[in-house]
Every structure is written in C-alpha cells, then in structure tokens.
Design a protein around this ligand. Structure first.
Ligand code: FPP
Length: 242
C-alpha cells in the first residue's frame, strides 16, 4: 500500500512553527515603507492563528522577533513592538472565542515594561483555555535558549539538586522556555529563503520543512492548506527503516 496521499487531502500537523519572513520585501514591491509590510503581516498572523485553531492544530509557534532583530533600526523596532502590543490587546476576544492559550518563548530582559505587562496580562487571561497553544517567540534565539537551559541545569548541579548523569534528553527539554509545546511536525518559512535562522534549534530535529515563495503578508488560508497538503505527502521515518 502506498503511503502517498491524494493531493486534495491536507493533513493537519499536531505542532506547527512559522518563520514569518518577507514583510520588508512585500512592502518594497508595493512601493511602501517597510513598516507597512509589518502592518499587513499582522493580518496574516491573525488569519493563520484562527485557521490553525479551527483546523485542530495543537500548537503554533510564531517567530515574531529574534535576538538578532534587536540590531534593526530603533524606529523599526519601536514600530514592531507597537504592532505587537496592539495585537496582544486587540486579539484577546478572538483568542478567547477560539480557546487559544498564549505562551511566550524568549528572553524577557530586553523587553520594555509595557510589552511585558501586556504580554503577561494576555498570557494570564488565556491561561485557562484548553484549545491551541499559541507560542510567540519574541526576543528569541535558538542558541540563546540552549545557553539559558544549560545554565539552569548547571545551577541545579552546583546546588546538588541534579547529578550530571541525570542530564538527558528529557532534562534538557524540561529546561527549554516552553517545554509543554510539542516539537514542531512542520516548519513553514515564507519568502523563499532556505534557512533556519536560529529558530527552535533543539525542537526542530525531526520537523518537516516547507518553504513558501510568497511573502508573509500574502500568506493566508490557501497557502496554509498547500503546506498541510505537502505535509500529508511526507513519509516520516525518524531515522528508522519503514
Ligand atoms: C520578517 O520580515 C518579519 C519580521 C522580522 C517580524 C515579523 C513580525 C510580524 C509579522 C508582526 C508582529 C508579530 C506578531 C505575532 C503580532 P522582514 O522584515 O525580515 O522582511 P524582509 O526579509 O523582506 O526584509
């Protein structure tokens, strides 16, 4: 029996992660300022969150702001966080209606007090929701996450709470920012680049990768279903012989 599926049958992955790229290129092509691309990117975030929640995705992780993004011009950083703040407030009714629970992955140190407050309020508001986990990677880096995890494990060893030989896969996983988010089954990247860009380095070990040529502001239901259809055609061996 063939394990290939019919083209028309999207398969919904349990856990999805997205590198939302191409806002700037989208704006440039439209003859607009970069920030207009980010504004339109928010509409794509809204669509993707709602579609994934309604299709039955268990966890969606979005790369909203990387550690490296702090090197962008201050004006662009300020505008991005303004959009993020607005999203975290405006989307509350939609998140509640769809039973979505918000989580944050990343370092808190560089986030402004207003961002932390609003983020924490939305996390608290949605904490009782039992539907999809929406994990926003903000001020996030995959290497930084591993550094933070190693430091917390080392502190526990130094305090005598953990023996070095107890540091196994499960212990490292438990020390990551959001261990309850299942490893992504599907990693989507928009705007055509074939790079991981320091995203979820531990968690994507066995993720299937789908690169879409459309820029993030143009990513909608149709593109999501195209990714899920391709995911349905993948044969996942996890290193074994089938
Ligand atoms: C990449 O486009 C996108 C980002 C760096 C930020 C993504 C952020 C959003 C979509 C808005 C905020 C997010 C949430 C979850 C509310 P780019 O600027 O690198 O595009 P380019 O490579 O074409 O220049």
């Amino acid at each position: 029996m063939s394990s290939r599926r019919d083209d028309s049958e999207p398969v919904v992955p349990r856990s999805v992660a997205v590198i939302m790229d191409g806002n700037g290129r989208w704006a440039k092509r439209a003859g607009l300022e970069r920030i207009r691309g980010h504004e339109r990117g928010i509409d794509a975030v809204r669509t993707t969150v709602t579609e994934c929640a309604q299709l039955g995705v268990e966890a969606l992780t979005l790369y909203a702001f990387s550690e490296e993004n702090w090197q962008r011009p201050q004006r662009e950083i300020d505008l991005l966080f303004k959009l993020l703040l607005r999203f975290l407030v405006d989307e509350r009714p939609t998140l509640m209606r769809n039973g979505v629970r918000l989580l944050h992955a990343g370092r808190r140190e560089r986030l402004a007090p207003a961002v932390l407050r609003t983020l924490d309020e939305t996390i608290a508001l949605t904490a009782g929701n039992t539907g999809m986990l929406l994990c926003l990677a903000i001020s996030y880096g995959g290497r930084q996450e591993l550094v933070d995890a190693m430091q917390s494990l080392a502190r526990r060893v130094a305090a005598g709470e953990l023996r070095p030989e107890q540091i196994d896969d499960a212990a490292i996983r438990a020390a990551l920012y959001q261990p309850q988010v299942p490893d992504p089954d599907l990693l989507i990247r928009t705007a055509g680049e074939r790079r991981i860009s320091n995203f979820l380095l531990w968690q994507i070990s066995y993720a299937e990768i789908w690169v879409s040529d459309v820029c993030w502001p143009d990513f909608g239901r149709e593109q999501l279903l195209e990714a899920f259809r391709d995911y349905g055609r993948r044969v996942r061996k996890f290193g074994k012989v089938l």
